[in-house]
Design a protein around this ligand. Sequence first.
Ligand SMILES: C[S@@+](CC[C@H](N)C(=O)[O-])C[C@H]1O[C@@H](n2cnc3c(N)ncnc32)[C@H](O)[C@@H]1O
Length: 264
Amino acid sequence: MQRLYKGDPLTPGEREELEDDLIAFCDRELDLLGNIRDLDVLYAGGSSPLWIEGLSQRIGEGGSVTAIDMDAERVDETQASIGEAGFVAPVLILAGDVFGLSFASGTFDLVYSSGLFHELDVKERTAEDALAALCSVARPGGRVATGDFVDSEEAVQLEDERLEAELRREAYASQPYGIGAPEGLVGLHNELLTNLRWQVFPPQRIRHLGKLVLAEDEPTELSSLPPATARRIRESLDAMRTRILGEGYTRPATVYIEGLVQSA
Ligand SMILES: C[S@@+](CC[C@H](N)C(=O)[O-])C[C@H]1O[C@@H](n2cnc3c(N)ncnc32)[C@H](O)[C@@H]1O
């Protein structure tokens, strides 16, 4: 039986180790941006306080962070959790869709996303449309940078993400872009940016993530799906749990891509 520590499946020591690893992963990804001091930055498709704080510290008081996430609940949670906590750079966190950005063109020095592309719903619009929207709000000569998971190494998290995508397709008729080979995202960026550079980085372990996944409740969407579909997804979830017990929650590699928006 699972023992809970004040409702948390992790012990305080495990929680600390998990948080240390999440910070290390965030630092590794944000360090790839290099010097971002004094820049006005759009953080697209994210509202995690950890990432926003990391950006704000690197930018300093001479620039700003604007974060936009279509998950209004996450945005509210982040706004509530940061409360009065002061950031170094001014921070604005907004609920919104990257396909419908309302900023004037050329507003930002840097437009950055991490983990946005694999979650994009590309049923009605394409990933190219999303990238074009991001490029349009970067100033001419400004930078667009993307980090995301790639499938170049097999990992339990890839199976988890595939199941999540299947659930979204079945329950909401959405079509997540998903996690593919690095060349897919690189090709996309190559069409719209100049001076492109990119690199794949090895998976970075996050201790105790598997324990958290194993403690998750069954997705509520399953109960509204046709029985045969729900059964298929339940079987896949069980197979993934067995895999986690055997090999842990192994993580995917990541790709980092950046390029410049052509000057007018
Ligand atoms: C894997 S999470 C990114 C985690 C990120 N590192 C953070 O700081 O939150 C992907 C995020 O993209 C957001 N997202 C997906 N599609 C979006 C869209 N069309 N417009 C804005 N945000 C979107 C989701 O709501 C989710 O918060």
